[in-house]
Structures are given as structure tokens and as C-alpha cells.
Design a protein around this ligand. Structure first.
Ligand SMILES: [Cu+2]
Length: 149
């Protein structure tokens, strides 16, 4: 009986093709998960807090836009689209790889959202001109600036 041989061979070819397709799709998904992109900045006085599958460096999570220009008196609203993050004011002189240890000593208008869960928003009104630096206390490499003119 030599009849089953060709059909078994065909089955292996089909399995091979399916396997290659599965590996190709999985690779594309993995590449997308590992190299997240910052979302386009929202319109208006808004900032989006974002992250990819994880938040391991400044390329995988952050604020969009990183630098936001607004007029004096503007209320800026941050919306968290990712894991838990914060929006915490920082004195630029203490803005380092270690985070912002002296944030409360800053003479600038301080603000701190505290822990923000996914979907939560935080707003702050900037009443004086200046550059306001901020970061995430949970991910020290997440940094942003509000330039008030
Ligand atoms: Cu964070």
C-alpha cells in the first residue's frame, strides 16, 4: 500500500506552511510589543501618559507630547492610557537619573497627581510663566515639561 504516502507528505507540507505562518505572525506581534511608539499628542491643553507592554526605559513609556507649550492661566489635563503612573513636579536642578529627591523644595508651582490608574485624569492650572518639569515617581525615566508663556 503506497497510497497513504503522498497524502501524509502533503499533510507535513501543510503543517510546515502553517507553522511558518504562525511564527511569522508571532514575530510581528512580538516586535510591535517590544518597540512601542508614543501616541500622537492630543489636541488642546492635554497630555497623554502612555506605555507599551512594559515601562522599562524612556522609549517604552512616557508623556505625549514631552514638551507642551501653553499660555498663563491654562489648565493642563493628563490622561493615563497605561499602567499606574504619576505626574509629579520637579525642580529642574534636581532632575536627574535618580528622579527628583528635592521636588518639594522647589520654588516653582508644585503639583503631584499621586498614583493614577489606567483611565484616570489629573489637571493642574499654571498661573505663572516658567518651565515646569515633571516626572513619574514610579518610573524615573518618564519626564515631561510644561512651558508656560
Ligand atoms: Cu510611570
Amino acid at each position: 500500500m503506497s497510497a497513504p504516502k503522498p497524502s501524509r507528505k502533503r499533510l507535513w507540507i501543510i503543517l510546515g506552511v502553517v507553522g511558518i505562518i504562525v511564527i511569522a505572525v508571532a514575530s510581528v506581534v512580538a516586535i510591535n510589543l517590544l518597540s512601542p511608539k508614543a501616541p500622537a499628542p492630543p489636541s488642546g491643553p492635554n497630555v497623554t501618559i502612555w506605555n507599551g507592554s512594559f515601562c522599562s526605559d524612556s522609549g517604552s513609556c512616557g508623556y505625549s507630547p514631552t514638551v507642551k507649550n501653553v499660555a498663563v492661566g491654562t489648565t493642563v489635563t493628563w490622561t493615563n492610557t497605561g499602567i499606574t503612573h504619576t505626574v509629579t513636579a520637579c525642580d529642574s536642578a534636581h532632575y536627574s537619573s535618580g528622579g527628583c529627591p528635592a521636588r518639594d523644595a522647589a520654588g516653582l508651582d508644585g503639583f503631584d497627581s499621586g498614583s493614577m490608574a489606567n483611565g484616570q485624569t489629573f489637571s493642574h492650572t499654571f498661573t505663572a510663566a516658567g518651565t515646569y518639569y515633571y516626572y513619574c515617581t514610579l518610573h524615573l525615566w518618564m519626564r515631561g515639561e510644561i512651558v508656560v508663556q
